[in-house]
Design a protein around this ligand. Sequence first.
Ligand SMILES: Nc1ncnc2c1ncn2[C@@H]1O[C@H](COP(=O)(O)OP(=O)(O)O)[C@@H](O)[C@H]1O
Ligand SMILES: [Mg+2]
Length: 381
Amino acid sequence: MAQAGVTKDDVQTATDHVVGLHDVTFSVLDGEIFVIMGLSGSGKSTAIRTVNRLHDVTAGTVTVDGTDVARLAKRDLENFRRDKMGMVFQHFALFPHHTVVDNVAYGLKVKGMATGERRRRALEALELVGLERYCLSLPRELSGGMQQRVGLARALAANLDILLMDEAFSALDPLIRRQMQDELLAMQGDLLHKTILFITHDLNEALRVGDRVCIMKDGAVVQIGTPEEILRNPETAYVAEFVKDVDQGRVLQVESAMSKPSPVVLGTTVREALATLDSTGVAFCVDDEGKPCGIITRDLLAGSQQRSVEAVMMTEFGVTTRTALLVEAYELCAQSELVAVVDDRGILEGRLYALDVLAELGEIESKAEQVKAADIAEGKA
Ligand SMILES: Nc1ncnc2c1ncn2[C@@H]1O[C@H](COP(=O)(O)OP(=O)(O)O)[C@@H](O)[C@H]1O
Ligand SMILES: [Mg+2]
């Protein structure tokens, strides 16, 4: 019925069966954090649970590193789950009477690893999540955030290539949750390089941690893209509605709002500089290596009796990089007319102009509005 186009609700009314997933296709690349995001009931857990066959797939295929998961015989499936991927759930599922370190080592014990070795591995994993000092505590002696870290350590201790995280951070308080996101990203960047399938119902979280994000609704995929693609080009009113709720400055990088610097070099005369200023009326001065040294403005130049720009330029200005988050540049934008965007050698590669930042945020907002309005007009939303 779903294949014939009957909606999830209508299938349920007619048959009392729920369409778990329908026409869901995506691939997760080696070493990426792929996020599935959607409201509760949209099919996220169903999707992730097909990957290690906690749910059987009735149509279509799930392939992990060339293995067709549906074809694994019982024993092979057990090995596959144990050797290939770790899973972290929303509810920590720790053994209440086991110490933290024993909880983390449990999976290794099941694998038959010797006591000393599995303790060593468990302690290493606890160190990764910053809980080595609590190794002998019981779960109930830890806060929710700490228990979730234990859950994560348990998955890390197994040292598997793939991590499945189903709303692993969703039960945490907002601040702790942000901290966990940061830690996950830091770990992933430094040394984990795992392939992570991460599930959340929070688009802010999705855009923050995801290399790519898949948005689901009613058991189907609505849109897949990088965080920036999703923000800039929401394809439906459903996605646009989420985008309007996102803190865009924490997703977008400076790069998205910076423009070509068109600087003047030191030694340029005031008169020449005046002639080259564009409509913004401000520009950077750079030295002969291309490093920014100051800012000139039309007003400064016009009122000056000096001969060359270095006598006139203001030498106080903010400096940022292409990959910094836009929020990190807000304050800099308020402090000087232009913010310098420099590469790792300190050479000017762009400029950030406060009005461009506002224009960028405004554009995303109005794009989301347009998509919503268009979908409503077509009767889709
Ligand atoms: N064990 C189950 N039996 C019947 N329906 C289920 C079961 N688990 C989930 N569902 C239904 O499948 C749909 C998707 O659920 P789920 O994948 O858990 O959503 P999510 O994780 O996005 O909140 C929902 O409509 C839910 O009611
Ligand atoms: Mg779920």
